[in-house]
Design a protein around this ligand. Sequence first.
Ligand SMILES: Cc1cc2nc3c(=O)[nH]c(=O)nc-3n(C[C@H](O)[C@H](O)[C@H](O)COP(=O)(O)O)c2cc1C
Length: 253
Amino acid sequence: MTMLTHRFDSALSALLPRAVTRPHRAPEVDRVVLARRSTRAFTDQEVDPAQIREILELAARAPSGTNMQPWQAYVITRPTIARIAAKIDACGVAPEKAQWDDYRYYPDKIPAPLNARRRAVGAALYGALGIGRRDVQAMRTHFRRNLDFFGAPVGIFVTVSRRLEQGSWLDLGMFMQTLLLVAEARGLATCTQAAFAPFHKVIRPEIGMGEDEILVCGIALGHAEQSAPENSFRTERAPLDDWARFVPVAAEV
Ligand SMILES: Cc1cc2nc3c(=O)[nH]c(=O)nc-3n(C[C@H](O)[C@H](O)[C@H](O)COP(=O)(O)O)c2cc1C
């Protein structure tokens, strides 16, 4: 056994007693999947640093192509969150005007029915906050809250090397969703935030992120402010038959 394998096995066995599964675990997993949601207001309660490490180690159990594990994560806490938010404010570019100059999340024209789904989540969020459809200023003020991770005590920036291909972005998505679920299973709330990506030039030097990395997302982590209106709505999902086709065997086509 090489040193590397040995170190890896010890780390894994340290996690297993907590992560070990029971035979009929579907209801438990399903509950966690269903309970996860994007949280946009957090309490002041801190997150134990040991728990953050545990969540990251479990998230890294996510699958990745040829087990390359191409993710990089930068964990920051309130003072750094505040410093970065202030620097972004000072850079003079409003969040809604920022250029997606390192990668693009959305095309200019989002096709139907995806554009309607996108509008629905905006309507649900701003509706919950009592922001009218024409109140652009209030929407911008809310959107600015992305930059302080919605008040979360912990922010995680995830990056991927620009020397890699799209496959590694799939891996990063796997990592991120695993992180969200293990956090949820511990009673911690999250919000994935691509809103940081256009500010990579400001964020880069603050976290020591190399030029060869692409800032893909931020993830807010903390305890949900249960009474906050922005946490009061649930997003819907399109019915299964809209997007899944159970292809009949060739003879029946
Ligand atoms: C990669 C990614 C980036 C996202 N970026 C943002 C963001 O910048 N700000 C935000 O408020 N929500 C963001 N979201 C949250 C989505 O709006 C949310 O996942 C979606 O509306 C579904 O709602 P749910 O997460 O509560 O199920 C992002 C989600 C993903 C997966």
